[in-house]
Design a protein around this ligand. Structure first.
Ligand SMILES: Cc1cc2nc3c(=O)[nH]c(=O)nc-3n(C[C@H](O)[C@H](O)[C@H](O)COP(=O)(O)O)c2cc1C
Length: 194
C-alpha cells in the first residue's frame, strides 16, 4: 500500500508575523505535504506591511488556496480527510472565534471541523501583552487538545539571524504533526556541574 500524502490546512490571519505562515508553506512543500491555504482579509494587510511577498506568490506555495468566504470549499467538511490545521500567525480575533465555536468563515469553520473530527489544530497565537480574555480563550482550547504555539523565540540554539528564529518556531510546531524538518539544531543536553 502506498503511504498516503499528508494534508495540512494552513491559515494566515491578521496577527503580526505573516512570515511564519509563509515559511510553513515553504517547508511543507519541501516535505511533500499537501497544503490547503486560507488567507484572511486582514492578513492581506499584514503580508503587504511586513513582507515582500505578493498574495499570488504565497498562493503558489500552496497546493490549494481558498477565499475565506468560500464556505462550500471541500475543507469545510469533515468528510474531506486532512491530518490537521495550523493557523500561523493566529490573531486574537480568530482565536476568540474558534474558542467560541463561531463558524462564520472558512477559517473558523475549518478549525471547528478539525476539532470535531479530533484532528490536530495548532494556533501560532501572537499578541502582547495578553489579556485575561486572550488567556481564557487559549486555556479553553488547550483543555480540549488544541496546541497553543506562540512563536516565542528560544535562545538555547544560539540564533544569529531572523531566519533562525522563524525556523525554530515553525519546526517546533511541525514536530506536533510528526513532520520532520532539518531546520533546527536539536538540544543535545548540557553537562551540569551542580
Ligand atoms: C500591521 C498589523 C499588525 C497586527 N498585529 C496583530 C497581532 O499581533 N495580534 C492580533 O491579534 N491582531 C493584530 N492585528 C489586528 C488584526 O489584524 C485584527 O484584529 C483583525 O480583525 C484580525 O482578523 P482575522 O483574524 O480575520 O485575520 C494587527 C493588524 C495590523 C494592521
Amino acid at each position: 500500500m502506498p503511504t498516503e500524502i499528508k494534508k495540512i490546512i494552513v491559515s494566515i490571519t491578521g496577527a503580526s508575523g505573516a512570515i511564519y505562515g509563509i515559511r510553513l508553506l515553504e517547508v511543507l512543500r519541501e516535505c511533500g505535504v499537501e497544503t490547503h491555504l486560507i488567507v484572511s482579509k486582514s492578513a492581506n494587510l499584514t503580508i503587504a506591511t511586513e513582507t515582500s511577498f505578493s498574495i499570488g506568490d504565497i498562493k503558489k506555495l500552496a497546493n490549494y488556496a481558498y477565499h475565506p468566504s468560500d464556505i462550500g470549499a471541500k475543507i469545510s467538511s469533515g468528510s474531506f480527510k486532512v491530518n490537521g490545521m495550523i493557523v500561523a500567525p493566529c490573531s486574537m480575533k480568530t482565536l476568540s472565534a474558534i474558542a467560541s465555536g463561531m463558524e462564520n468563515d472558512l477559517i473558523t469553520r475549518s478549525a471547528a471541523v478539525i476539532i470535531k473530527e479530533q484532528k490536530k489544530l495548532a494556533l501560532m497565537v501572537r499578541e502582547t501583552p495578553l489579556s485575561a480574555i486572550h488567556l481564557e480563550n487559549m486555556l479553553k482550547l488547550a483543555r480540549i487538545g488544541v496546541a497553543i504555539c506562540p512563536p516565542v523565540p528560544a535562545f538555547y540554539h544560539n540564533p544569529t539571524t531572523l531566519d533562525d528564529i522563524i525556523n525554530h518556531s515553525v519546526a517546533r510546531t511541525l514536530d506536533l504533526f510528526d513532520i520532520q524538518t532539518n531546520l533546527i539544531k536539536r538540544w543535545q543536553g548540557i553537562s551540569s556541574k551542580n
